[in-house]
Write a protein that binds this ligand. Structure first.
Ligand code: ADP
Ligand code: MG
Length: 359
């Protein structure tokens, strides 16, 4: 049931992406539009141009390839090989090493708020196996001794290993990496415009056929399953927009809600006063200096800044040197937009939020 709600929610985001009744239908129809169910989400690719069909299916193949490589629940993946190796080195692809190193970097710069080695804790809460439970403090304390990027070793050219007891989960970064790879596929195929939605990870490629930007709806955490309710809208061209929120996956026990983004400092679901974080960054078409790129950055940062909370997230936005903007939705009913995207952000007047721009 929860899974189904997540699917409905993912489709609601797409409704925002395609205009959500705010403007007339696209003057051109997409030349290829496909839906892919993978990585625990619904993905929708709308691709224009002469090679749209080829590009759409190449993107689907790439999703399947990366899922088989990176999934924690696929026993044949390289991530599973690392998790099952009992502390021994494992031969892995250079691509996996680059992603592990990117994860290490985002962990370091966010003071450990982003941490792929949180995996055993995510499992203890039952999110990996769909067997939800509230773990005891003793259990969490023991598991947390294995959490921390110092237990993940990816320094050599062709192998990596995890300290015994440590496990990794790339769920907070993999879909962002997939969008980076899809951007490369769109570029290789000369695709002029496209929208790619992987649940909360959106790539707005080029502009709409009439030259206006794509409209991306930011899901309202308070009304996640209503196709007509959004926290706001972004008008985007050549940009990634990635949202993390506690409403995307959760369970309830004794009237309390527990969601899937864990604060590595406590082992508990992050409780920072935010209900969602959207990270927006340019997608540089001329090659972004290699992969992982901006899509990966947005995914890692959306998870990390959700853990960090409003104050630390804005501080990070101001001082980190990373080029991105933010839409934060707070539990006390505010939507906070950073000034770099203030001119492309539109509130949803029916939402009941108060809106602020910060610099
Ligand atoms: P989603 O994958 O639902 O779009 P996120 O990108 O925020 O959302 O990733 C959440 C997933 O990342 C969780 O399901 C879990 O697998 C993993 N995760 C949870 N907490 C963290 C964390 N603090 N750092 C890194 N990954 C995390
Ligand atoms: Mg993420």
């Amino acid at each position: 049931m929860r899974r189904l709600m997540a699917l409905v929610a993912a489709l609601a985001v797409l409704a925002g992406l395609t205009g959500c009744g705010m403007e007339p239908a696209d003057p051109d129809t997409a030349q290829e539009s496909i839906q892919v169910i993978a990585m625990d989400t619904v993905m929708i690719f709308k691709i224009y141009g002469e090679k749209s069909t080829h590009a759409a299916y190449a993107a689907e193949d790439e999703v399947r390839r990366l899922e088989a490589l990176l999934s924690r629940t696929d026993a044949g993946s390289q991530v599973s090989a690392l998790n099952d190796a009992g502390g021994q080195p494992v031969t892995v692809d250079g691509e996996v090493l680059r992603l592990l190193n990117a994860a290490g970097l985002y962990s370091e710069v966010t003071g450990g708020a982003f941490d792929i080695s949180i995996a055993p804790v995510v499992s203890a809460w039952g999110f990996t196996e769909d067997a939800y439970r509230v773990p005891g403090q003793t259990e969490l304390d023991e598991l947390l001794t294995h959490v921390g990027m110092e237990h993940v070793h990816a320094e050599t050219a062709d192998s990596a290993w995890l300290d015994e007891g440590t496990r990794i989960d790339l769920g907070g970064i993999a879909k962002g990496y997939v969008t980076d790879r899809i951007a490369e596929i769109l570029e290789e195929n000369g695709v002029p415009r496209a929208t790619v939605s992987l649940g909360g990870n959106v790539l707005a490629w080029g502009d709409r056929p009439d030259g206006t930007p794509w409209l991306v709806g930011i899901q309202d955490p308070a009304r996640p399953d209503m196709a007509d309710g959004f926290a706001g809208y972004l008008s985007l061209k050549d940009a990634f927009a990635v949202t993390s929120g506690g409403y995307q996956r959760y369970f309830e026990e004794n009237g309390k809600r527990y969601h899937h983004i864990i604060d590595p400092a406590t082992g508990y679901p992050a409780d920072s006063g935010l209900t969602s974080v959207t990270v927006v960054a340019d997608c540089d078409r001329e090659g972004n200096g290699g992969l992982p790129g901006q899509g990966t950055m947005c995914d890692a940062l959306s998870t990390a800044l959700f853990v960090m909370g409003e104050e630390k997230a804005l501080e990070f936005w101001r001082t980190s040197g990373y080029d991105f903007d933010l839409v934060l939705v707070t539990a006390d009913g505010r939507v906070v937009v950073t000034e770099g995207i203030a001119d492309v952000f539109a509130p949803d007047e029916a939402s009941g939020y108060s809106y602020e721009t910060v610099s």
